[in-house]
Design a protein around this ligand. Structure first.
Ligand SMILES: NC(=O)C1=CN([C@@H]2O[C@H](COP(=O)(O)OP(=O)(O)OC[C@H]3O[C@@H](n4cnc5c(N)ncnc54)[C@H](OP(=O)(O)O)[C@@H]3O)[C@@H](O)[C@H]2O)C=CC1
Ligand SMILES: O=C1O[C@H](COP(=O)(O)O)[C@@H](O)[C@H](O)[C@H]1O
Length: 494
């Protein structure tokens, strides 16, 4: 799946904006540590962590060590950690303040021979523009063509701001320097979806409206908003998850086989899917999208506060922590097949699952059992916590009668203790090696905004109401109104 890329030198510096935040603590720093442990970080590359907190170097290093220990547990290796920690310097400051960029420039330019830098924007989207402008004003984007900039999702806050952001980026960086990241594309389970579909002649002929009743894509989290309200309260689940991760999954389920497993060929096919999604008319948003916010409840028997009580959440906030939406891909393969997408925080269980439900057989062979009562076939692609793939079929129960039971074929791709790289390890390595294959092209982002923009506009007008669900549930039952048929219900387990 890798396109030949122009050779790019390994970077000398890796700069993280938002290094004190959640993404950094839980995903970026542990991924960099694992790359260090695997001997994959460029020798001599320094890592500059930028945060708002006025921390000393020691305070930063305590935070760094805690983050790594928390994620590595018994795998923590003190020798590797020492080598890793030596790469870091912490710079405190406000990212709107030119003084921060002066201090950064002093650090980066101290060694005149070593220039190539990765700038990683692990901050809220409304701050992306300010950082890009300040980098330009401080001359840190020069010489043009040299550095790389990684921009987290959501890329913008709606279609217009995404276009503006893209224009702004191109004023300072060439397209080859820009890495629009969606870490779901770095997950092996997600990449395996393409292999499952396009390397098996058994599957592909059934993968269409003639055999598939509907598709469900769920990303359910048990975690709440934690310390991320500064970002999340303005984003909400639609921008945070659905516009990017879930729509990317939808495109991979629905796309046509590309002419080659090459980055741009894949992107072209994904864009075709996004372009084929039927626009939701403003007057029927309520039948296609649903939002809600968690209230107090309990997760695994432990009481947890509601969203409104979380630190940093604005009083009376109507940010959605749960969203479900129904889309139709109006093309020859999929017309009439609903794609149900759902994601939420503080749900009953962590479950990221693509569940494909097949149609009932056309003939009622088992006279006592009406067709609607026969369990349909499912293909279940579980992304996490279990990384597995199952196909549910019917088989005869042993005995004299003709009773059937559901059997499951295990099509999981990982055997035993086989290890894989985590998404951020793969993607950070790609950035350092200059490989943009798994990163988004702007038209993908733009078309994805086109899909969700009508929902955002409608919700902005309805600023006064949001449904509620207790933490630890599967969301409000009212959300089921999106299903086209009574027999369609969410699949909440593998
Ligand atoms: N958390 C996750 O699991 C994932 C997050 N992302 C994306 O990563 C980005 C960041 O999210 P997340 O880490 O969760 O958000 P957080 O709110 O946890 O972190 C935001 C970071 O930005 C810094 N910051 C905010 N305002 C300023 C400012 N004015 N000056 C300097 N620094 C500032 C904060 O510094 P300080 O804390 O010191 O105030 C903090 O380091 C978002 O785009 C999100 O979509 C993507 C994938 C997963
Ligand atoms: O992008 C984000 O993703 C995480 C979930 O990522 P996962 O790899 O653990 O599934 C989500 O918690 C976060 O809100 C969002 O910003």
């Amino acid at each position: 799946m890798t396109l030949p890329q122009p050779p790019q030198a390994l970077p000398c510096h890796f700069v993280i904006f938002g290094a004190t935040g959640d993404l950094s603590a839980f995903k970026l720093l542990p991924a960099l540590y694992r790359l260090e442990a695997g001997g994959r970080l460029p020798a001599g590359m320094s890592i500059i962590a930028l945060g708002r907190r006025p921390w000393s170097g020691d305070e930063w290093h305590r935070h760094l060590e805690n983050s790594i220990r928390r994620r590595t547990g018994e795998q923590f290796n003190a020798r590797v950690y020492r080598r890793f920690a030596e790469r870091f310097a912490y710079l405190a400051g406000d990212l709107h303040d030119p003084a921060l960029y002066q201090a950064l420039s002093d650090k980066l330019c101290a060694d005149q021979t070593c220039a190539d830098t990765v700038f990683y924007l692990s901050i809220k989207p409304s701050d992306f523009g300010a950082v890009i402008k300040q980098l330009e004003l401080a001359g840190l984007n020069r010489p043009r063509g040299l550095h790389r900039i990684v921009v987290e999702k959501p890329f913008g806050e709606d279609i217009e701001s995404a276009r503006l952001l893209n224009r702004l980026l191109h004023e300072s960086f060439d397209e080859e320097q820009i890495y629009r990241i969606d870490h779901y594309l770095g997950k092996e389970t997600v990449q395996n979806l393409l292999v499952f579909r396009f390397a098996n002649t058994l599957i592909e002929p059934l993968w269409n409206r003639n055999y598939i009743d509907h598709v469900q894509i769920s990303v359910a989290e048990q975690a709440g908003v934690a310390t991320r309200a500064d970002y999340y309260d303005k984003a909400g689940a639609l921008r945070d998850m659905l516009q990017n991760h879930l729509l990317q999954l939808l495109t991979l389920v629905a796309m046509e086989p590309p002419p080659a497993l090459e980055a741009d060929a894949l992107r072209d096919e994904k864009v075709k899917v996004l372009r084929s999604i039927r626009p939701i008319p403003e007057q029927s948003i309520h039948a296609h999208a649903f939002r809600a916010q968690y209230g107090a409840g309990s997760i695994d028997g432990v009481a947890v506060p509601g969203y409104q009580e979380e630190p940093g959440v604005a009083p009376g906030s109507i940010a959605e922590t749960f969203v479900t939406a129904k889309f139709y891909v109006d093309n020859w393969r999929w017309r009439g097949v609903p794609f149900y997408l759902r994601t939420g925080k503080r749900l009953a269980r962590q479950l990221s699952l693509i569940a494909i439900r097949f149609r009932h057989p056309p003939q009622q062979l088992f006279r006592e059992t009406p067709l609607e009562f026969i369990e349909p076939n499912w293909v279940l692609l579980s992304l996490q916590p279990s990384e597995s793939m199952h196909i549910e079929l019917h088989s005869k129960q042993p005995g004299l009668g003709m009773d059937t039971r559901v059997i499951r074929l295990d099509a999981s791709y990982r055997r035993g203790r086989e290890k894989t790289l985590e998404a951020y390890e793969t993607l950070l390595l790609d950035v350092m090696e200059g490989d943009r294959s798994l990163f988004l092209r702007f038209d993908e982002v733009e078309w994805a905004w086109r899909v969700v923009d009508p929902i955002l506009r409608h919700w902005t007008r309805q600023r006064d109401f949001i449904h509620a669900y207790p933490a630890g549930s599967w969301g409000p039952p009212e959300a089921d109104r999106l299903f086209d048929k009574l027999e369609q219900t969410w699949r909440n387990q593998l």
